[in-house]
Design a protein around this ligand. Structure first.
Ligand SMILES: Nc1ncnc2c1ncn2[C@@H]1O[C@H](COP(=O)(O)OP(=O)(O)O)[C@@H](O)[C@H]1O
Ligand code: SF4
Ligand SMILES: [Mg+2]
Length: 424
């Protein structure tokens, strides 16, 4: 059920509502489109890191606007992909949602209750339900702790989930669930491959039986073949444990295969948000169109005919973002209006069909030159051969076979032979 009105909303850079826009109270923030029961509701979330000068008497001279007014819902049971170039604020958004960084402003509600700014036991209770899987499986696991201690560590803080006598069994069960040999409980992180270490990170994320898992680039540091294994595992666990995922990546092709909806971020803002079909086949924001045009196409003929958009110029500093639309310094469609009016995330009233979804552009429109249906078919089937079925297909298709979700061949050899498992 769409929550936004069909009217465009825009504000000038000094905050005044533009002519023809919606009522001021509506324009205050853009309601995200979402279907189903929201488990997380994020509204106007802001995280500014102060820039200071001076050693003894520090004074603030500015701020890095890492996240600057982001609103969206995470619906129960869905996977919301968040994509954008490095430095656009994805990790900061994740940390603020987890309360690892305090928000500068805005609201985060978990099941209708405000969780932004919680402290002490109230924060501890919420943390149990929202867990995070980090990007780098090489640095996110303590090299001095055994796998059993790493996965079981959350039980020290939440002993009610697994009392002391049951912890070893609970950890072994988790190792089994993520496709690792439960007998590896006493091994150390360096004895595992990258993919296996990310499985350990996922097992730790599952330990407290959370409802939401925020995955911050969980496969970016892994080889392509192992990426597919880890993504298939995450999809399988989602069905098994009724999880809602926020899946952060800088790679649009990875996100498509796991996400039900996708949000595109640029310089601290959400610039486009919609279902995977809306974003991938009917993108209306120039930035999303540029990102999509750079997605690799396996077929050489289709690749030659595709109309690639090469963005010129560097990403501006988040400490001094451009006025109006932040993308205007790199946008080939920019006009005078873009420098003075900030486009808010809303549904363009002049578009039709799947092009009608949230887009923060004054001139939102689908690209005129697009891949033909045949070319898109080639691209899709090739990508699916590599990664596996998409989220929508999970519901109708047979459950993922064991061999697809288990460790990769290399990992299996390690499991069986244990060659790399020898302590060094
Ligand atoms: N602790 C911090 N102090 C100051 N600036 C930060 C801090 N963490 C992140 N930033 C800045 O915030 C911006 C967004 O960073 P980040 O959220 O890590 O982006 P992404 O995950 O999309 O690559 C970057 O410009 C980064 O340099
Ligand atoms: S608002 Fe203007 S500058 Fe921004 S994306 Fe749209 S056309 Fe480009
Ligand atoms: Mg990051």
């Amino acid at each position: 059920m769409p929550a936004t009105s069909g009217r465009r909303r825009s504000v000038t850079t000094d905050g005044a509502t533009a002519l023809g826009a919606a009522q001021p109270e509506e324009a205050a923030f853009a309601q995200p489109v979402s279907c189903g029961e929201p488990i997380l509701q994020v509204r106007d979330l802001v995280k500014h890191f102060p820039l200071t000068r001076g050693v003894l008497f520090k004074r603030q001279v500015g701020a890095v606007k890492a996240v600057d007014g982001v609103s969206f819902d995470l619906v129960k049971g869905e996977t919301l992909g968040i994509v954008g170039e490095s430095g656009c604020g994805k990790s900061t958004l994740a940390k603020v949602l987890m309360n690892l960084e305090p928000a500068t402003a805005g609201s985060v509600k978990y099941k209708g209750e405000e969780i932004s700014g919680l402290r002490g036991s109230a924060l501890k209770a919420v943390r149990r339900n929202i867990q995070m899987v980090f990007q780098d499986p090489y640095t996110s696991l303590n090299p001095r702790m055994t796998v059993g201690d790493i996965i079981g560590e959350p039980y020290e803080i939440h002993p009610e989930v697994a009392p002391k006598g049951q912890r070893k069994t609970a950890v072994q069960d988790l190792l089994d669930v993520v496709g690792l040999n439960p007998e590896y409980i006493n091994r150390y992180p360096h004895q595992f491959s990258g993919g296996q270490r990310q499985r350990i990170g996922i097992a730790r994320g599952l330990a407290l039986k959370p409802e939401v898992i925020i995955c911050d680039e969980p496969v970016s540091a892994l080889d392509v073949s192992v990426q597919a294994q880890v993504i298939n595992l995450l999809e399988q666990l989602q069905g098994e444990f009724d999880l809602s995922y926020m899946f952060i990546a800088h790679d649009l092709s990875i996100v498509r295969h796991i996400s039900d909806r996708v949000g595109v971020m640029y310089l601290g803002k959400m610039v486009e948000l919609g279902s995977d079909a809306e974003i991938y086949d009917h993108a209306t924001h120039p930035y999303t169109q540029a990102l999509l045009s750079a997605v690799p196409v396996p077929d050489p003929t289709a690749r030659e005919r595709r109309d690639r958009i090469v963005l010129t110029g560097d990403v501006p500093s988040p400490a001094n973002p451009p006025s109006g639309c932040r993308f205007r310094t790199r946008c080939w469609k920019a006009q005078d209006r873009c420098a003075v009016e900030e486009p808010l995330l809303a549904r363009p009233a002049w578009l039709t069909g799947l092009a009608v979804h949230d887009s923060a552009c004054h001139f939102a429109a689908e690209r005129e030159i697009e891949l033909s249906a045949a070319e898109r078919e080639i691209e899709l089937s090739a990508a699916e051969r590599e990664i596996g079925p998409r989220a929508a297909e999970r519901e109708v298709g047979p459950s993922t076979p064991e061999r697809e979700i288990g460790p990769s061949t290399a990992e299996r050899q390690e499991n069986e032979g244990g060659e790399t498992g020898t302590p060094q």
